[in-house]
Ligand binder design. Sequence first.
Ligand SMILES: Cc1ncc(COP(=O)(O)O)c(C=O)c1O
Length: 433
Amino acid sequence: MADLLERRYKTLGPYSPLFYAQPLEFVRAERVWLTAADGQRYLDGYNNVPHVGHAHPRVVEAIAQQAGTLNIHTRYLNHRVVDYAESLLATLDAPLDRIIFTNSGSESNDLALRIANQHSGARGLLISDFSYHGHTQALAVATTGLVAHEGLGAHVRPIRVPDLDAADASRPEAEVLASSLAEVDAAIASLQEAGHGVAAVLFDSLFSTEGLNRVPSGYVAGLAKRVRTAGGLVIGDEVQSGFGRTGRSFWGHQNHGIVPDLVTMGKPMGNGHPIGAVALSAALLDEFGPRNMYFNTFGGNPVSAAAGQAVLDVLAEEGLVERAASGAAGIRAALEGLRRDHPWIGPAKGEGLFFGFDVYDRPVGEAGAVPDPGRTKAIVEAMRARNVLISRIGRTDSVLKMRPPLAIEPGEVGILVETLADSLAEVEALSRT
Ligand SMILES: Cc1ncc(COP(=O)(O)O)c(C=O)c1O
């Protein structure tokens, strides 16, 4: 392991992040279990890319079968790609009736920005404060959730997304809604005054990098309305919240009662095979298409389409979205139970199989209680020591992040929660010493 780490540093450099004080090396995985090089098995409570389960036989077979038959770029007719486009569009609401395939979430968001800029004739962009949408140049200047040397673009305005569970907890929801939307109005006015205009708002329906903020009802709809009134487009980034992750709906934006103008996707779409997409209306594509010869060598190749179709088929046949919904209720109850023993953790956050809670340095509500990243990190490491993988997110890295493959069984959710109980007890005992 030490040798592999050294070789990685010597070839890839030391800057690409690795999880854990002692990084893990995995050699194979099946459904929600990963096997490390030393033979130990780990329960995957973290990874959303193997959405329907690691190495799902249907997805593996679809990829292998198509790769053994034909794989080619996108300038020839191929029924797999069109079949998949039809299946994917069937999950989306009107007027989203066209798809452009890409290879990643970053590429999808970059393209969506390009379409929005051309449509609006403006560059101004609203994003939430402490978010991440990808690694291209256009997205690096709109990144607030991790380090990007470019700094914020002059045309970008971060808006603070409210969280009814955290700092805003003591204020009435209607008041939080009004002040948050007033902040959106101010950001739009500032973009207009600076001459940038408004091209788009780009947001993740779960506000996941931000820390799974619980926003007031009507917040996202109010945000979308304001951006559209200012001439901009609404880009729903479904890289995290899409494909049934939230259980309540197939797409995260549906939980907020809106239909974005552009929906971007990636991560879970191919269960690990790199594929992404932008969904949009025919009207918007007909505006963008004739002005740009958009061609993407790998985007929408037959093998990627076969992987994507297999994911949709498995989701439907195994009822995984419904399972995410039914599992979520039990998880919430279990997390609330943990709060009784450990009052320094906040209420259950998130939706469906993307859940977590804030971790504080003392009981929630006690004078002076502040988020505690050290404790949060200690919980993640304590879970790893018990062979369960989770992580942390949020502005201060003090929101526990759990996001298992949708294939997780109720008994395995039980293991996750029991291990969490043991880890919380260990960390609490340590903080007393
Ligand atoms: C919300 C969101 N959008 C976009 C991306 C970028 O996707 P990719 O890494 O596939 O380019 C990420 C990656 O973590 C993400 O979380």
